[in-house]
Design a protein around this ligand. Structure first.
Ligand SMILES: [Ca+2]
Length: 233
């Protein structure tokens, strides 16, 4: 934004010379204002990630090593590798995803795609032949691409837990099974249950994303999100 101010001032300071060319001052001022707004709009666009790759870059900057993963509260090192002793995580089935930080869509990509032509009627788009629904939406629907890359919705997660979550909604799961060491993260066929410490943030993200991209929630899920919102942070 500093650049915008500079440009605006610079343009205004040139107003004097413009006056010599016969333009009334308010035309010059209006031009300067328009230019400043145009530059500001350019800055705003540059700051808003347009897709998932740009969004991940912004998310990495917002959650550097030293912060904790969303579902298990694990720390990670400068190489974005999970430090298991920091959270009591132990993999259920060790793979490369067990130890790496991934950028989890708190509101799943399938929810962002739901109801869009690119998601529901992929065969209407020539560019989408042979592509998945998600790939198709990235190609033909810039709003989907922005939603998929919105850093607000991206949080660091243990890759294995990201995989276990899939695209299921958040919910409350019967019992207190512990599949991953002492991680308080439960799954069922219908839902996943995040730890109490993350619920308020997760609820907020759902509500803001809903507002930003016109998403709606089934009444029982909406009631649960409101309930989580009133949880202590
Ligand atoms: Ca439970």
């Amino acid at each position: 934004m500093r650049g915008v101010g500079k440009t605006g001032l610079h343009t205004l300071s040139n107003g004097g010379s413009c006056r010599h060319s016969g333009k009334p001052w308010h035309v010059v001022a209006l031009f300067a204002l328009t230019l400043a707004l145009w530059v500001a709009a350019g800055f705003a666009r540059a700051d808003t990630p347009a897709n998932f790759s740009q969004g991940k870059r912004a998310a990495r900057a917002a959650h550097p090593p030293g912060t904790r993963t969303l579902y298990c509260g694990c720390l990670y090192d400068a190489g974005w590798r999970i430090i298991p002793e920091s959270c009591g995580f132990s993999p259920e089935r060790e793979t490369v995803r067990s130890w790496r930080v991934e950028w989890e869509h708190v509101v799943p990509a399938s929810k962002l795609g739901e109801g869009r032509a690119c998601w529901e009627e992929r065969d209407r788009f020539a560019q989408c032949v042979g592509k998945s629904r998600r790939e198709c939406c990235r190609l033909v629907d810039p709003e989907f691409a922005r939603a998929e890359g919105d850093p607000l919705n991206l949080r660091p997660a243990v890759g294995e837990l990201n995989a276990a979550r899939g695209n299921r909604p958040m919910g409350e799961v019967e019992g207190e099974a512990r599949r991953w060491g002492s991680c308080d993260f439960e799954t069922s066929r219908a839902a996943v249950e995040p730890p109490p410490a993350s619920r308020r943030e997760i609820a907020l993200i759902h509500l803001v994303m809903g507002n930003r991209y016109g998403l709606t929630w089934p009444p029982d899920q909406f009631a649960m999100l409101l309930d989580w919102l009133s949880d202590e942070p």
